[in-house]
Design a protein around this ligand. Structure first.
Ligand code: ADP
Ligand code: 5GP
Length: 206
């Protein structure tokens, strides 16, 4: 007897360079039930990024028009660019029973928490400020002024970590991943994901 559950929302936040993308990709690979929420952004694509896969890349003019039309479930200005989550896409994915993974900043997570309280909100922490700086440089995708700005923002972001459901330190990648999948699997066991489970079981009770 297999009983289905509703899709859940998993929101991952971390200062840029912590390893959120690396962990996200592992989770998406292991759990095909996940859909990744593709955000809209005004940032320039990085090498290897494809429009519609990592992000929908739009002009500032278009972003502002969509924002004013109420297109986004949440939006924020992060590191000098606009980012937003399309509301309808999220609704459709959840209605299909998919679990939806959000890679968004803390301001956006706080907005989503207002409308999607039952989600699992995870904050990923770097082991230290020095290691965060090393990773941002080692990634080699951002110019120096961008790295400086992201490091300055990291402190402010960490100060918002207190209200999240789980904190994971990404020091050892394998351990951080195990903790992330544990947080996700624990969230799927919530009665809110299967509100009728006990009633169905009792109805079949002989
Ligand atoms: P984010 O998406 O949070 O900005 P990335 O996933 O792009 O971060 O990771 C930033 C850099 O740090 C990448 O070069 C990645 O390979 C590396 N990295 C990720 N996790 C670890 C870890 N646990 N130890 C060492 N390096 C890591
Ligand atoms: P990056 O430019 O490195 O891809 O992302 C920069 C920051 O923007 C990251 O913290 C990322 O999580 C955040 N971000 C990406 N998409 C969204 C979104 O739709 N909304 C919000 N609020 N933040 C986002």
């Amino acid at each position: 007897m297999v009983r289905s559950r509703s899709g859940i929302v998993l929101v991952l936040c971390a200062p840029s360079g912590t390893g959120k993308t690396t962990l996200t990709q592992r989770l998406l690979k292991e759990f095909p039930r996940f859909a990744f929420s593709v955000s809209y952004t005004t940032r320039q694509p990085r090498e290897g990024e494809q429009d519609g896969r990592e992000y929908k890349f739009v002009t500032e003019e278009k972003f502002i028009r969509l924002r004013d039309e109420g297109f986004f479930a949440e939006w924020a200005e992060v590191h000098g660019n606009f980012y937003g989550t399309p509301l309808e896409d999220t609704r459709e994915l959840l209605a299909e029973g998919r679990d939806v993974l959000f890679d968004i900043d803390v301001q956006g997570a706080a907005q989503l928490k207002g409308s999607l309280k039952q989600g699992c909100y995870v904050f990923i922490l770097p082991p230290s400020g020095e290691e965060l700086e090393r990773r941002l440089r080692a990634r080699g995708t951002d110019p120096e002024d961008t790295i400086t700005r992201r490091l300055a923002n990291a402190r402010r972001e960490l100060q918002q970590a207190h209200w999240f459901n789980a904190w994971i330190v990404n020091d050892n990648l394998d351990q951080a991943y195990d903790e992330l999948r544990a947080a996700y699997l624990a969230a799927t066991l919530s009665p809110m994901c299967r509100p009728d489970l006990v009633d169905e079981l009792l109805a079949e009770w002989s």
